[in-house]
Ligand binder design. Sequence first.
Ligand code: NAP
Ligand code: G3H
Length: 487
Amino acid sequence: MAQLLTGQFIAGGDGIQLSSDGRFIEAPSGDRLPVKNPVTQAVMGTLHIYSPADIDAAVDRARLAVSAWSDRPLSERAALLHRWADRIHADAQPLADVLMDEIAKNAQDALDEVHRSADYIHYTAEEALRLHGEALLSDAFPGQRRNKISLTSRVPVGVVLAIPPFNYPINLAVTKIAPALMMGNTVIVKPPTQGAFSGLNIIALAYDSGIPTDALIPVIGPGSTTGDVLVRHQFINLVSFTGSSETGAHIAQQVKMVPLQLELGGKDAALVLPDADINRAADHIVSGAFAYSGQRCTAVKRVLALASVADLLNPALVERVERLTVGTPSENAIITPLISMASADYVWDLVDEAVQQGAKPLTPLQRDGSLIYPIILDHVELSMRIAWEEPFGPVLPIIRVSSVPDAIEVANRSEYGLQAALFTKDIAQAIQIAEKLDVGTVQINGKTSRGPDHFPFVGTKASGMGAQGVRHSLLAMSRVKSVVLNL
Ligand code: NAP
Ligand code: G3H
């Protein structure tokens, strides 16, 4: 088999795979997974789809590697991760170039994703060094003598399966891989189809940095088939998935007696109260709703405001939306083509249906293939699908509510519970409302967003299970072990 690589990066070729010794090679036979450039719709290249036998072999390698990897001193594992992060920083531009081609993320956001991921690895490597166990004395419990000591520490769960989505194929891979490796697990990564080259590139850099090829193994294939086989595999000990709520629910039904970490969809509401600073709210709502064309779990996906507030807010929103650049990733446009034509069709149908049912567009309804120009829809009614469904596109519905309690009620009626944003000058009131919102995070006077990545990140209801954020992820990727000394 020929080594295809000239540099360390790959974004094309036919039947590419990362061999067990860490080289990009072309598989001589087998099924191919095409990866399309979302802007040109041209096939960038194809990847080798893992057969059931390939999947078993990969998981087996990972399983057999757990003890050697977890036996490495923690400081040594941290040093390897720091090297990996340094390589990612150093190679940020070529990594970002592949991201731009693969998922149509603009130049600046692609570069930010890469650097943010490297920073995450550094932080995680350090944080893992600071996790401490504890010693418990038996006589703290009623009726007990001081004749036992429990020494508790955290140990690996075994093989972690990491499944990231297309919209952050590097960052949401790294936020699973780094804590898993630091806690002594080995990792199988199933990259998203759109984003698979980016996934392979960061894994290749991990190998270059000295992370063993058996500790971090990619498995390539479509989620609906390869992903399904993986989540049910008997030697997978934890599944960490980020993606749609629909796929998350499906995975939850497949996985039996295995811990699950789920980061799923969102319908984040921005509640703008009558005393809000309208300009600040408009700045945050527009950047929160339209960055990466709205393809973020944490995008602002609805505004809830009294009619009097909406009348003031709308012109400020429209003015800002009119300034958003529309174009290609290399032009660094904010609005770029959506990930697929199917996704654009879905978004367009939601808008079209809402307009037919009486929603009022405040911006021109314009579409060019998978490129949808930014849309603000006022007078969205609760009977419309767009009031509840997650479009994953550049659309901002405005729902006029009758009171602040009504806004809270409508916010909470959603099946999702990722984040909410609350704009008001009355911080005491904001804290009280925040307590009533059934979401993982409430942003007061700021847009909904995940970062900084050491903050806890949690979804309630259909938005997820379990907490992320560096420290929470380290804990999630390990289990408590107690050794009792009987004196
Ligand atoms: P998706 O279609 O659910 O896919 C996510 C990942 O799961 C991809 O790697 C996909 O592989 C794989 N997959 C699909 N079906 C599978 C199955 N049956 N078993 C195992 N894996 C399977 O989601 P997406 O379109 O990539 O991402 C958009 C969604 O993710 C949105 O709903 C967004 O809100 C959510 N999201 C949530 C967060 C969060 O932190 N809460 C962050 C980012 C995105 P293929 O690509 O090969 O199909
Ligand atoms: O799409 C989901 C990401 O985790 C959101 O991250 O808020 O930094 O865009 P972000």
